[in-house]
Write a new protein. Structure first.
Length: 486
């Protein structure tokens, strides 16, 4: 099977609905679908968009191979005329999204698909699969990097990831969000990101003694000599033998900048402070102390508060699996259907839960920044035809509690329209940035958050507001549906 062809990465009901549209000759009807999420993961106030590059590649390769058609035929639920249509299938729609690495917030469209209904329906599952996973891991990595307060975070989770793709694309998402590198060599090759690592306990155990193992490793990798010190006894054996190894390297003239120790068990705060004193007293104040061992943002934050002498962190399981919040929760909902006059008719989904009521119509996002600080004031969701200017007053209000209003005057704010086209009428318009360039952009994005919104616990939420016109459209549709149900 063509590894790049993910066309059948879809739920069966997408295909059965497609056949239904085809049979009723509705397959050319233009619609708009929005992908969005309702709640920030990890109890946070923001998320980070990941997966745009893979989404683009998926759409570019979207086609039904002969093998795909034969498999669908074998299910005995699809007619030959529909299978003949699939054999010639090509995506002809338009897709809009925010730049990869952007901050994203609840209820706003992060991917907008404008396409014939059959096409828009088919791509739902893959879009959610790709965006949900990589956005989740990027958001988790951002929180971990923030907790480290400027220390380097290395992504070490491949062996605990839920499969090769999750490990590789998850590592890419982690680097985009701020990790300085990954242990995943395939990720390094595919996306040109830094790969980093040390050695395992088995390296030490394969030698007759720990010191010989350390010196042998130092001879092999003098410019990246991080020695794992807890195979036997961290403070009585590991650190003293590491010091002897560094003295040996200094005498040989091979001691480089990237040398130090790694701790992988025990009380990391206590051990790191003791190790720091031993290294300093031996004349190695610039030796790195790195740590691993089931770390996450809360443990790193706690260790930093305790004064742990750790400046480099290897984070694996809890990052790559997003262990405490393993699902991002993105959804994909119909927002508009084109009428006979060629204009889009807004559609809305009702629910007993108010947070599940959708925002109708063809929409776009303005990000509003406080001019003096450059920090995000709010995101404004509006209808596609609306235009806002920094030269005119801007009214912001909470769509759930519309009496809460803020009026910003010219000179107090700047505006940025967030959504960009990645496909136009079936043609790719996306220019693939380098992954490390996306990382730079993502770090800049995170710097536009207020510190209060980056707190790990009970952060201040970012306002996501509706324009007055979109709000009125939403109320009108709700009233109309309510009247029909009386």
């Amino acid at each position: 099977m063509d590894r790049q062809n993910l066309t059948l990465l879809t739920d069966l009901y997408e295909l059965t609905m497609m056949q239904g549209y085809f049979k009723h000759r509705d397959h050319d009807k233009m619609v708009i679908f929005d992908a969005f999420f309702r709640t920030c993961p990890f109890g946070g106030a923001y998320a980070i968009l990941g997966g745009v590059e893979q989404l683009v590649k998926y759409i570019k390769e979207l086609h039904f191979s002969e093998q795909d058609i034969e498999y669908l035929r074998s299910l005995n639920i699809f007619d030959e005329d529909f299978l003949a249509y699939l054999a010639e299938f090509k995506f002809t729609g338009s897709i809009y999204t925010l730049p990869e690495g952007s901050l994203i917030f609840p209820r706003e469209p992060i991917v907008k698909v404008v396409a014939p209904i059959m096409q828009a329906q088919l791509v739902e599952t893959a879009i959610l699969n790709i965006i949900n996973h990589q956005s989740l891991i990027a958001t988790k990595a951002s929180r971990i990097c923030y907790a480290a307060r400027g220390d380097g975070i290395m992504e070490f989770g491949l062996r605990r990831a839920q499969g090769p793709d999750a490990g590789t694309y998850g590592a890419r998402a982690a680097v985009i969000a701020g990790c300085v590198g990954t242990s995943n060599v395939l990720c390094g090759e595919l996306f040109d990101v830094p790969v980093k690592g040390t050695h395992a306990h088995s390296w030490i155990m394969s030698f007759d003694d720990e010191l010989t193992a350390f010196k042998t490793y130092a001879d092999l990798y003098p410019n990246a000599c991080i020695l794992l010190c807890d195979t036997y006894d961290t403070l009585k054996s590991g650190v003293p033998n590491a010091i002897k190894t560094f003295q040996y390297m200094r005498e040989k003239g091979t001691l480089g900048k990237g040398y130090g120790i790694r701790l992988d068990s025990g009380d990391l705060a206590y051990l790191s402070k003791k190790a720091r004193r031993m290294l300093d007293e031996a004349g190695f104040p610039d030796a790195i102390i790195s740590a691993s061992n089931d770390l996450d943002e809360y443990l790193i934050d706690s260790l930093k508060t305790q004064g742990a002498a750790i400046t480099s962190w290897g984070v694996g399981t809890n990052l790559i699996t997003a262990k405490d919040n393993p699902s991002f929760g993105g959804v994909y909902k119909l927002a508009a259907v084109m009428g006979e006059d060629g204009e889009f008719i807004p559609k809305i989904k009702l629910s007993e839960n108010s947070e599940k009521v959708t925002n109708p119509g063809s929409k776009k996002i303005y990000r509003v920044y406080e001019k003096d600080s450059g920090k995000i004031k709010a995101d404004l969701i509006c209808l596609e035809e609306e235009q806002f200017s920094e030269d005119e007053p801007l009214l912001l209000f909470d769509p759930a509690e519309p009496w809460k209003k803020t009026r910003m005057m010219p000179g107090e704010f700047t505006l940025r329209e967030m959504m960009i086209p990645i496909f136009a009428d079936g043609e790719c318009t996306y220019e693939f940035p380098k992954t490390m360039d996306i990382r730079t952009y993502c770090l800049q994005e995170q710097n536009t958050l207020w510190e209060e919104s980056r707190r790990l616990v009970n952060p201040h939420q970012i306002y996501v507001d509706l324009s007055k016109k979109l709000y009125d459209t939403k109320l009108r549709l709700l009233d109309e549906l309510s009247d029909k149900n009386l």
